[in-house]
Design a protein around this ligand. Structure first.
Ligand SMILES: *Cc1c(COP(=O)(O)O)cnc(C)c1O
Length: 398
């Protein structure tokens, strides 16, 4: 997945353009720029890549999720449905707005189970946040139907599935708003950065203003601009955008490599009868950022992970025992360990986490292994690796 593996001349050239004129900020300083608008150019490239009308770059993927929700009017006391398997950023972005994360089970897609979503809807629910984990996706038609029927906003976190498509549409462009991260380990990197994409012009204008202190960005005198509503600073810098601009142009190349390698893993490992591949919804094409599969039970899964480690197969994880991606180890959330007081509404809204168990999620996450697919491997390395993985798994099973 990480785009940084293939850094080169293109990235250096874009960054040098910015250093040459010295304008590190994305807004203003028109005269000094010598025509370089890296963030604007990157937004235009992303509009094409993600087949969407509007793109707002921000400072991180976490900021993107929070800005997306804020732009759609999600705030204090609103419930946002999200999956048990994701990155901590999901609930951080929700809680930043004073809203309440409502965690629900995932299914064999490793993303939101539509039935669990439906069961969790209350009269406080405002949005459903689907997180397309590990290179693939949720059943977006089913989720969209649920959201349409209940008048809910559908936000897609596609941070880990850049370039994957659903019925021909890039992930992120299907729901009301899509979110991307370009942090250092994502398929395209800016170093740090993120993007909100949408076909809704009002949401876009909100995101544009909100992520820059409420600036309306009208005219070319920043100091004279007005502030139609309150905002914060989630701006990306020109230096970061410059790196992303070089990277986004290489996305088709990155996706081709990832998908070619994914196929090798799938073909080799699926020959073991005890292995089930992750379910990809009909009409979905994975990005190939990860190869995911299920083993028969958690004991075998832990043994395989251990054997992988001992035999030099790195970058494979079982998230059941992971601190950052799965509800089981999120004690800081369950116990509300906040540096500052949290509203009674949110405390009350999160009290369910003290007692709720997620057996269905445990069932899938406990048996899943997720392996990062690296862009820098050669095809022969991938074949050797897949064979070695198969051999290790067979020996654990026997
Ligand atoms: C990386 C990631 C984020 C957050 O992105 P940052 O840019 O690191 O803030 C959010 N959601 C998911 C699923 C991610 O993988």
């Amino acid at each position: 997945m990480p785009g940084f593996e293939l850094f080169g001349e293109a990235e250096r050239k874009e960054v040098n353009d910015v250093l040459d004129n010295g304008v590190l900020m994305r807004y203003g300083f028109d005269g000094m720029r010598k025509g370089h608008w890296k963030a604007k150019e990157l937004e235009a490239e992303l509009e094409t890549a993600f087949k969407t009308q509007h793109v707002q770059l921000v400072s991180s993927g976490t900021a993107a999720v929070s800005v997306a929700l804020a732009s759609a009017g999600v705030g204090a006391g609103d419930e946002v449905i999200m999956p048990t398997f994701t990155f901590v950023a999901s609930f951080e972005a929700i809680m930043m707005l004073g809203a309440i994360p409502v965690l629900v089970d995932i299914d064999d897609t490793l993303t939101l189970d539509p039935k669990a979503v439906e069961a969790a809807i209350t009269d406080k629910t405002k949005a459903v946040m689907v997180v397309h984990m590990c290179g693939s996706m949720a059943d977006l038609n089913e989720l969209q139907d649920i959201c349409n029927a209940k008048d809910l906003i559908l936000v897609e976190d596609a941070c880990q599935a850049i370039g994957a498509t659903y019925e021909g549409k890039p992930l992120g462009s299907v729901g009301d708003l899509g979110c991307f991260s370009f942090d250092f380990v994502k398929t395209i990197t800016c170093g740090e950065g993120g993007a909100v994409i949408t076909n809704n012009k009002d949401y876009y204008i909100n995101a544009d203003h909100y992520s820059d202190h409420g600036h309306d960005h009208i005219g070319n005198d920043r100091g004279a601009e007005t502030h139609p509503f309150l905002g914060y600073n989630f701006r990306i810098s020109e230096l970061h955008a410059a790196v992303g601009l070089a990277q986004v142009k290489r996305l088709p190349e990155f996706l081709e490599i990832q998908r070619k390698f994914l196929k090798i893993f799938q073909e080799t490992l699926s020959q073991i009868p005890e292995i089930t591949l992750r379910t990809v919804p009909e009409g979905g094409v994975e990005s190939g950022a990860f190869f995911n599969f299920f083993l028969p039970n958690i004991e075998i899964t832990r043994k395989v992970i251990q054997a992988f480690k001992e035999n030099g197969i790195d970058a494979c994880w079982n998230y059941y025992d992971n601190n950052w991606h799965y509800i089981r180890k999120w004690d800081h959330l369950k116990d509300l360990k906040s540096l500052f007081p949290i509203s009674e509404e949110v405390k009350e809204g999160l009290s369910y986490l003290q007692t709720k168990s997620f057996e269905q999620s445990d069932h899938f996450i406990g048996r899943n292994i997720s392996c990062l697919i690296k862009l820098s491997w050669t095809e022969q390395e991938v074949k050797d690796r897949a064979d070695k993985m198969a051999e290790i798994i067979k020996s654990v099973l026997s």
